[in-house]
Design a protein around this ligand. Structure first.
Ligand code: SF4
Ligand code: SF4
Length: 246
């Protein structure tokens, strides 16, 4: 059975860890990081509580980090498979790899890189970063002192949990039309919450991905659905056979 460590690997630099057979050979030859940059490509690090100081120094902020919410679907390009985040994590933005990766093994924030980057040893076959779940930075560690924002995050999480969302998508795929109405309500709530925060507090659209996670509409393609907005109406269709819904 896949354990939490294996599930977490998919959303971290471990994504590019060498397969077990190759790792055995690496263990013999390699005892320290040679800065090849392989682990910086494909996935950015998740942040730990001790990385919060990088927000205080403004190296990290709401424009270069985002939240992966509990049970959020994540598509792994390398394995071409879908995973679900087993916990909430905060990650550095990615653009075909960590945004701080400059190529040729160079990290633009190397001296101040996050802990996971410092601790990761691709040649080591032992379970990396014991107790990762407890050590992970969460939204409450960043926004905990801002009550109205935490209230909004909790309400959003309550109404738009991925648990509920995925359940409804599964039902919809089994032709349950009632589920589709609830699904649309969740998507509308997610969009409204983003608009409300952006318009009421002048928060930039990109920054909202740290507050509420990425827009829920973005994962629909992975889940076999296509969505289009037509004025006040959503048109959703199953990618297989097409269904239009107002
Ligand atoms: S830990 Fe170092 S040697 Fe290993 S993949 Fe990352 S950069 Fe390369
Ligand atoms: S912060 Fe630097 S070391 Fe860490 S994944 Fe990004 S580029 Fe690599």
């Amino acid at each position: 059975m896949t354990d939490l460590k294996d599930k977490l690997q998919i959303i971290t630099p471990f994504t590019n860890q060498a397969p077990a057979e190759r790792r055995k050979k690496i263990i013999v030859k390699q005892t320290e990081c040679n800065k090849c940059g392989t682990c910086c490509i494909g996935a950015s690090p998740m942040l730990l509580k001790d990385d919060y100081k990088l927000y205080l120094s403004n190296l990290l902020n709401d424009t270069n980090t985002y939240t992966v919410r509990l049970n959020e679907p994540l598509y792994n390009r390398r394995e071409q498979d879908l995973y679900y985040s087993p916990i909430e994590v905060i990650k550095i933005d990615e653009d075909s790899g960590c945004i701080f990766y400059e190529g040729a093994g160079q990290c633009s924030i190397y001296e101040n890189r996050p802990i996971q980057c410092k601790e990761f040893e691709c040649w080591d076959n032992t379970p990396p970063m014991e107790g990762l779940e407890d050590r992970c930075l969460k939204r409450k560690d960043i926004f905990g002192g801002i009550d109205f924002l935490m209230d909004l995050i909790e309400k959003h999480e309550e109404f738009c949990s991925y648990d509920k969302f995925l359940n409804l998508i599964e039902k919809f795929h089994r032709n349950n039309e009632e589920a589709l109405k609830d699904l649309i309500d969740i998507l509308k709530f997610d969009i409204s919450a983003r608009d409300y925060v952006a318009n009421s507090f002048g928060i930039k659209e990109k920054s909202i991905n740290l507050i509420f996670g990425r827009p829920m509409t973005e994962c629909l393609e992975f889940l076999g659905l296509h969505i289009r907005k037509e004025e006040e109406t959503f048109v959703i269709r199953k990618i297989d056979n097409g269904t239009k819904v107002d």
